[in-house]
Design a protein around this ligand. Structure first.
Ligand code: ADP
Ligand code: MG
Length: 322
C-alpha cells in the first residue's frame, strides 16, 4: 500500500528516536531548534533538489546553485533565524568544470548576501541532486513556530503569490506568455527565489507563528493551522498578485496559482491585531499583505466561497506511486 510524504515522516521518523533535552523543537517545523546557550538556539534545516522533480533539466547551473541555497535559507527565515553555516552534498553525473564554476558562482552570490559559511559536505557521482543543510541562530523564546497561531490573529504574506507556478508553466512551455518582460519576471521568480530573511528576523517579537511557502499557500497554511489546532478564513480578493501574473492569466487561474502552486518561498505569518502597527513600522519597505484571519473553527474557508481554486492542495512526494 502506498503512503504519502507526510505519513512516511510521521510513521517512520517523527517519534521513537533518542531524546535530548537541548532539542526544543524537532520534526514538524521549518527547522529544528537546539538550545545550545541559555538565550540562543541553533535552527537547523535541510532540503534536497532533484533534477526533473524540483527543477527542470534545462535549469542553468548558476540558477541551481542559487536556488538550492535559497530554499534552505527560506526555512531559516520562517523561524526568524540568522544564517551561520551550511554543508553541501552534491551528486552530479559528470565532473564538468564549466558546470561546476557556474554552480559555485550562483551558490556564492547568495551565500555572500546571507553571510553564510560553507563548512563541509559530500561529493558523489550519480543523477543530479543537491542537498544543503543550513544552521542559524535564533533566540528560542522568540523563534517563529508553526504551532503558535491564535484565533483572532491576522494572516499575512510577504511579496506576491503564484508567480513561480506560472514561471514553471512558462519554462515547460505549457503556457505561451504574450509579453516577454512578464515571461522573464515570472521565470526568474521560479529560478531565483528571494529568501525573506530580513522579514523573518524583523518579525521576532511581533509575530510568533510563521511558515515558508514551498508547496503552495493552501497546503502550507494548512500545516500551520493543523500545528496550531485552529482554522482560518482567507479573502481571495486580498491575495497579492503581481502585475505580470494578472496580465498573463485570468483571475480564477491567478487565484488557483496563488493557492496551489509551489515554489514561491514567501513567508506566511500571523500577527495579533494589537501588533499590526508595530509590524508596519518594523518593515516599512517590505510588501506585506493581510490575506485573512485565524478562527477557532478548524479548516480553511475561502471568501468568496470558491472551492474550485483549491484544485490541488500542494505538491506531495509519493502521491503518484502505487
Ligand atoms: P519544509 O517544506 O519546510 O522543508 P518538509 O515538508 O520537507 O518541510 O518536512 C516537514 C517536517 O518533517 C520538517 O520538520 C522536516 O525536518 C521533517 N522531515 C522531513 N523528512 C524527514 C526525514 N526523512 N526524517 C526526519 N524528519 C524529516
Ligand atoms: Mg519550510
Amino acid at each position: 500500500m502506498s503512503v504519502t510524504e507526510f505519513e512516511i515522516i510521521r510513521k517512520y521518523f517523527k517519534d521513537g528516536f533518542p531524546q535530548r533535552s537541548e532539542v526544543i523543537l524537532g520534526v514538524g517545523d521549518d527547522a529544528a531548534l537546539c538550545q545550545v546557550f541559555p538565550d540562543q538556539a541553533l535552527a537547523i534545516s535541510m532540503d534536497t533538489l532533484v533534477e526533473n522533480v524540483h527543477f527542470p533539466h534545462n535549469t542553468s547551473p548558476y540558477d541551481l546553485g542559487y536556488k538550492s541555497l535559497a530554499v534552505n535559507l527560506s526555512d531559516l527565515a520562517a523561524m526568524g533565524a540568522t544564517p551561520a553555516w551550511m554543508t553541501l552534498a552534491l551528486t552530479c553525473p559528470l565532473a564538468d568544470e564549466f558546470w561546476l564554476t557556474a554552480f559555485r558562482q550562483g551558490l556564492l552570490e547568495l551565500a555572500e548576501q546571507a553571510q553564510i559559511s560553507l563548512i563541509g559536505g559530500d561529493l558523489t557521482q550519480g543523477p543530479l541532486t543537491v542537498t544543503i543543510q543550513v544552521a542559524g541562530w535564533v533566540a528560542p523564546h522568540l523563534a517563529l513556530r508553526r504551532n503558535a497561531a491564535q484565533p483572532g490573529d491576522k494572516i499575512y504574506v510577504t511579496g506576491y503569490l503564484g508567480d513561480a507556478g506560472l514561471g514553471l508553466a512558462s519554462l515547460q512551455q505549457r503556457i505561451i506568455l504574450i509579453q516577454s518582460a512578464n515571461k522573464d519576471y515570472l521565470e526568474r521568480r521560479l529560478t531565483r527565489p528571494t529568501p525573506r530573511l530580513r522579514e523573518g528576523i524583523s518579525l521576532l517579537g511581533i509575530s510568533k507563528c510563521a511558515i515558508d511557502l514551498s508547496d503552495g499557500l493552501a497546503a502550507d497554511l494548512s500545516h500551520l493551522l493543523e500545528a496550531s489546532q485552529v482554522g482560518a478564513t482567507l479573502f481571495l480578493n486580498q491575495l497579492p498578485l503581481s502585475q505580470s501574473l494578472k496580465e498573463s492569466v485570468d483571475l480564477q487561474t491567478a487565484w488557483e496559482l496563488a493557492l496551489s502552486a509551489g515554489d514561491d518561498y514567501e513567508l506566511c505569518f500571523t500577527v495579533s491585531p494589537d501588533k499590526e502597527e508595530q509590524l508596519n513600522m518594523a518593515l516599512p519597505h517590505s510588501q506585506l499583505t493581510c490575506i485573512g484571519e485565524i478562527d477557532h473553527k478548524l479548516g480553511l474557508r475561502l471568501i468568496p466561497d470558491n472551492q474550485s481554486v483549491l484544485k490541488s492542495t500542494g505538491y506531495q512526494h509519493f502521491m503518484q506511486s502505487t
